[in-house]
Write a protein that binds this ligand. Sequence first.
Ligand code: ADP
Length: 472
Amino acid sequence: MKKVLYVASEAAPFVKTGGLGDVAGALPGALRQAGLDCRVILPLYSKIPQQWRQQMTFITSITVHNSWREQYCGIFRCDVDGVPYYLLDNEYYFKRYALYGENDDAERFAYFSRAVLEVLPHIDFIPDVLHCNDWHTAFIPVVLNEEMRGREGYRNIRTVFTIHNIEFQGKYDPYILGDVFGMETEKKPILEYGGALNLMKGAIVKSDAVTTVSETYAKEILDPYFSYGLHHVLVDNSHKLYGIVNGIDTLKFDPAVDPALPYHYTFKTRNQKFRNKKALQKELGLAEEALPVISMVTRLTLQKGLDLVRQEFDNLMKQEVQFVLLGTGDYEYEEFFRQMQEKYPQKVRAVINFDAALAQRIYAGSDLFLMPSKFEPCGLAQMIAMRYGTIPVVNAVGGLRDTVAPYDHTTGKGRGITFQSYNVGDLMDALYRAIALYHDKANYSKAKANAMSGDYSWAVSAGKYIELYNKL
Ligand code: ADP
């Protein structure tokens, strides 16, 4: 049986800040179901709740060397739904307020990367494939190839590197190569790019395969508009670049059983969804009216198209709609939505918080889900919305293009409203079309049925990963 170690900086249900956490919490289970021995490894952050810590068993501890440092590494294991998770403990690095954004992130994840490679014999799991994700784990393929191939069992390990978001590359001053990354000066060209050390660049060059999370994004990142400067590296390595779209955990994200919802519904009983809408309006103190409820559940960053929303918000408020936002992120957007709630108290609710249960009630309780991202590697939120029968309104980029087929009034096919270029005119046009669709009961009902009956599971994509692992 093929052995895969999935390395991620976050994984649901332990700890999640965004889509990567969802993927690391769901894909490994799907790979196991398809017959692989897939396990996951991540840092044991202090943010991981006690409820999970209680279920972990201590395996052993080792010392991890990085440059002149000798650091403790405790190894814990916790199985969730049959998937073994290994959690690496070091309070100096992981007892922090936030997962990322600390001023020693380079050192923290250099440590984690070296630790992952060091623990393999201690967990008795030398994988056939090490599957790394995003910049936090990008140093692993570099260290493996440059320093560790000579170790017993390490010779044949293959590496896959998945880009979930190319915006974050792990860029640092070349000056810290030796001190923080423990690498010799002659290895600098492997990581160096554009005058900086760039961990993602190192992983792209050194991995056996590079994947990203939708077919469209795999093409887009070859272009400077989307690549955040890495297009030259990706074009040079396009022979090993693959796009495999994410799925969602359809057992967890299921309106028939979701414990966060006041009223459950299935495809058959989808006309009962309106009860959740009323409950949401009540919960948020909005009038229980039959107006379209437009929602967003999102990180509040430029990526998510919030500059367009901000520019046109007053225009949108001229419509008979209610607007619900759940999000945290950049202060300017948090402040903007707070102000909009003050300005339009009858119409707008802005919950500036991270609240997984409220997110589910919003997916279930709204009519239209807005996601006008400037770029979107895959996007999970639109899939969750569709599974809950809420029509997404999206900019057709990346994974949004691959997962949201536009609704066609003539054929009755499709499950969302899309626009094709990132500007306020197109966004508003899409919103007007979405509002009109909401009022067109027959077509709205068809779009909703199409959305709810879509297959968003991991099954197909897990198969594609397995095909890729086998090819390596
Ligand atoms: P990204 O990974 O770029 O943030 P995705 O759409 O891929 O975007 O995944 C976002 C995930 O995080 C979804 O599961 C979404 O519901 C969740 N999420 C985002 N913001 C919040 C929030 N404020 N509260 C709860 N869940 C959130």
